[in-house]
Design a protein around this ligand. Structure first.
Ligand code: CP
Ligand code: NVA
Length: 306
């Protein structure tokens, strides 16, 4: 199938990613100025959510409406996907009716299998491996608040999860150094680490990881699907809480980002989202703007009149 997909940051060139961020900022400005911009009139995005979501659902749904199109929320609970219809068959049928499909799922192979059978673009709205749309928002937020991230040092503190894997890909694509501080056994996926080579350093000590860092980020200690491990992780990850004292050890102009939802008192201190160094609320908002830029890039523009 020839459609262009966005399953990972590696599906775009570094130049395309920089353009997406710039375009996200332009679309944000248009919306702030109340300018109507509807290139995707009559276009329909299907959104399959096998996991919960607030930001991803809202940003794609609102984004499609703002671009003149529509979005349809599909849950496995009330589609045939939940009753075992093969993902490839679902992809063939859905992609004959929709103009793009966003999927939030467990196994990354669900995305690749759907994409292999889809006539229309498929977007990764989070898998167990990656969360590339969140990284677009993170990179837009850093650009807005501090300028280019090229050559900077980023510290990822905590679990080597899907967000961390996407930070590794971002390090390669946006050209920054990444330090990951995680407990032994909770490292990011070896495949992504191998691809990144010298760009990523694994450390055990969060203080060493944040020393001189320009951006610090973290995420929940137990991701969706790991609920059974939550209690054990809570104990093990205690030394990895990001708090004001830890940020004090970073570069003076450090920015803190969290993809949200956050567990205050666990991976971040109670007060961290109120710290002036945190841009988590802007980061959440930027999901809307930069994903509109992504939809603009991937989805065919409006039909012609007959
Ligand atoms: N950050 C993020 O993807 O949030 P949701 O789980 O609410 O979509
Ligand atoms: N790592 C988290 C991110 C949620 C947006 C999860 O997968 O649950």
């Amino acid at each position: 199938m020839s459609a262009r997909h966005f399953l990972s940051l590696m599906d775009c060139t570094p130049d395309e990613l920089v353009s997406l961020i710039r375009r996200g900022m332009e679309l944000k400005d248009l919306r702030n100025r109340g300018v109507l911009f509807e290139p995707l009139k009559n276009r329909v995005l299907g959104m399959i959510f096998e996991k919960a979501s607030t930001r991803t659902r809202l940003s794609f749904e609102a984004g499609m409406i703002q671009l003149g199109g529509q979005a349809i929320f599909l849950s496995p609970r009330d589609t045939q996907l939940g009753r075992g219809e093969p993902i490839g068959d679902a992809a063939i049928v859905m992609s004959r009716m929709l103009d793009a499909v966003m999927i939030r799922t467990f196994a990354h192979s669900t995305l690749t299998e759907f994409a292999a059978n889809s006539r229309v673009p498929v977007i990764n709205g989070l898998s167990d491996d990656l969360h590339p749309c969140q990284l677009l928002a993170d990179m837009q937020t850093y650009q807005e608040q501090r300028g280019s991230i090229k050559g900077k040092t980023v510290a990822w503190i905590g679990d080597g999860n899907n967000m961390c894997n996407s930070y590794i890909e971002a390090a390669m694509q946006f050209d920054f150094q990444l330090r990951v501080a995680c407990p032994e056994g909770y490292e990011p996926n070896a495949k992504f680490l191998a691809a990144a080579g010298e760009r990523v350093q694994i450390l055990r000590d969060p203080l060493a990881a944040v020393a001189g860092a320009h951006l610090v980020s973290t995420d929940v200690w137990a991701s969706m699907g790991q609920e059974d491990e939550a209690a054990e992780r809570l104990k093990l990850f205690q030394p990895y809480q990001v708090n004001r004292a830890l940020l004090d050890a970073a570069a003076e102009n450090v920015l803190f980002l969290h993809c949200l939802p956050a567990h205050r008192g666990e991976e971040i201190s109670e007060d961290l989202l109120d710290d002036p160094r945190s841009a988590a609320w802007d980061q959440a908002e930027n999901r809307l703007h930069v994903q509109k830029a992504l939809l603009e890039l991937l989805v065919e523009p409006a039909y012609h009149h007959a």
